[in-house]
Design a protein around this ligand. Structure first.
Ligand code: FAD
Ligand code: DHB
Length: 390
């Protein structure tokens, strides 16, 4: 088998890339280890920056998004009985965010991809060969049979636990790994959400109230890093949410919890995001802490840069954008890590915080509450920074 770009992984990074390349007339094949049902059912993020929404429009896959997503006009932070109520478009030059579950994005992208080109499910990449040559090869297993896919370029869009990053020799990568001393327990509940996206800093820990539809809430509470969800019966989750969000039963209705999972809170960057003819994009190269909802958006931003660079290379033999791919992406990645780290530090209860550090955290929140400049900083990052020039 042969293709111009072999894409490993049908998450947001791999699927957006496939659609961008196909639009440019570049041939690609997407290999996905899991089944279509599994990938479409995986519950993850839900906040789409303006730039990600724009990308879906450009690719002609925004019809359902426009019908079903909800615009998040306000961003609220609650702490010590106070409320910071930020008007996102008002503070961020009219830019806004949409609430639309990542698995809905993935469903729309898979349908669009299957209409125009190959995407193999249950096709697990097991080894890469020749990434330092002009003809790299992906070895993969599909329906029990071993195959080899010869490519001009390989795109490693296979997430944090994939095989692309480990295929790069360890001494050729610099790894930055920062694990925060807590995790997030996330639930989906059949209950009407709070009126606005609400982050809370509380003595008992962070909480977040988001939504998926007018009848489905997406809620998170800070938990320990290696938390066992079994230790969180439904009654305990609701009790902590009411306390931390300072929301009574009238405001925060309780409903049937139908999904529960723990997410680590971690920053990870592998640089450069390239080795020879292998390019990493999305979680394969970096993880951002979830506070700020940037993971999916960063994956989309990476592949927008990669698609432009691959088009110049494969159409015209111009490799100048590919040479800059990693540097271009990393500028955005680090600014996003900076912001997500800031929001994480601002909003969580750190087990090792001294009374001094806790006071500084509360003073920072009090400052944001009183300063339009500080709110602008939060809002313009939340809606998403403009794309970098390549
Ligand atoms: P992924 O979505 O991970 O896609 C990679 C794909 O590659 C997967 O489908 C995988 O099955 C496939 N794959 C892996 N190995 C192979 C192989 N060898 N061969 C073929 N295919 C392979 N972000 C937020 O902003 N807010 C959140 O609340 C949030 N919650 C999250 C919860 C969890 C449990 C996780 C894991 C992530 C969460 N994220 C969140 C982050 C966000 O979902 C990711 O940043 C986003 O999915 C990145 O997209 P991606 O395409 O790079 O990677
Ligand atoms: C959601 C996830 C986030 O990480 C966040 O910061 C806000 C909202 C969500 O799943 O809706």
């Amino acid at each position: 088998m042969r293709t111009q770009v072999g894409i490993i992984g049908a998450g947001p990074a791999g699927l957006f890339l496939a659609l961008l390349l196909t639009r440019e007339g570049i041939d690609c094949i997407v290999l996905e280890a899991r089944s279509r049902d599994y990938v479409e059912g995986r519950v993850r993020a839900g906040v789409l920056e303006q730039g990600t929404v724009d990308l879906m429009h450009e690719l002609g896959v925004a019809d359902r998004l426009m019908r079903e997503s909800m615009i998040d006009r306000f961003l609220d932070i609650r702490f010590e009985g106070q409320l910071i109520h930020m008007d996102l478009p008002g503070l961020a030059g009219g830019r806004e965010v949409h609430i639309y579950g990542q698995q809905e994005v993935v469903k729309d992208l898979i349908a669009a991809r299957l209409a125009v080109g190959p995407l193999l499910f249950e096709a697990e990449a097991v080894a890469l060969d020749g990434v330092d040559t002009a003809k790299p090869v992906i070895h993969f297993r599909h329906k029990g049979v071993q195959h080899a896919l010869e490519c001009d370029v390989i795109a490693g869009c296979d997430g944090f636990h994939g095989i692309a990053r480990p295929a790069i020799p360890a001494d050729a990568l610099t790894i930055h790994d920062h694990i925060f001393p807590f995790g997030w327990l996330g639930i989906l509940s059949e209950s009407p959400p709070l009126a606005d996206m609400t982050y809370a800093n509380h003595d008992r820990g962070f909480a977040l109230a988001s939504r998926r539809s007018p009848r489905i809430s997406r809620l998170y509470v800070q938990c320990t890093a290696d938390e066992d969800p079994e230790r969180w019966p439904d009654a305990r989750i609701w009790e902590e949410l009411h306390i931390r969000l300072d929301a009574d039963h009238a405001e925060l209705a309780e409903g049937r919890i139908f999904q529960k999972g723990v997410t680590p809170v971690r920053s990870f960057v592998a640089e450069p995001m390239r080795r020879g003819r292998l390019f990493l994009a999305g979680d394969a190269a970096h993880i951002v802490p979830p506070t700020g909802a940037k993971g999916l958006n960063l994956a989309a931003a990476d592949v927008r840069v990669l698609a432009r660079a691959l088009t110049a290379f494969l159409r015209r033999g111009d490799d100048s954008l590919l040479e800059r791919y990693s540097d271009t992406c990393l500028r955005r990645v680090w600014k996003t890590i900076r912001y997500s780290t800031y929001m994480t530090t601002l909003l969580h209860r750190f087990p090792d915080h001294s009374a001094f550090e806790r006071r500084i955290q509360l003073a920072e929140l009090d400052y944001i509450a009183s300063s339009r400049a500080a709110q602008t900083v939060v809002a313009e990052n939340y809606v998403g920074l403009p794309m970098e020039a390549a």
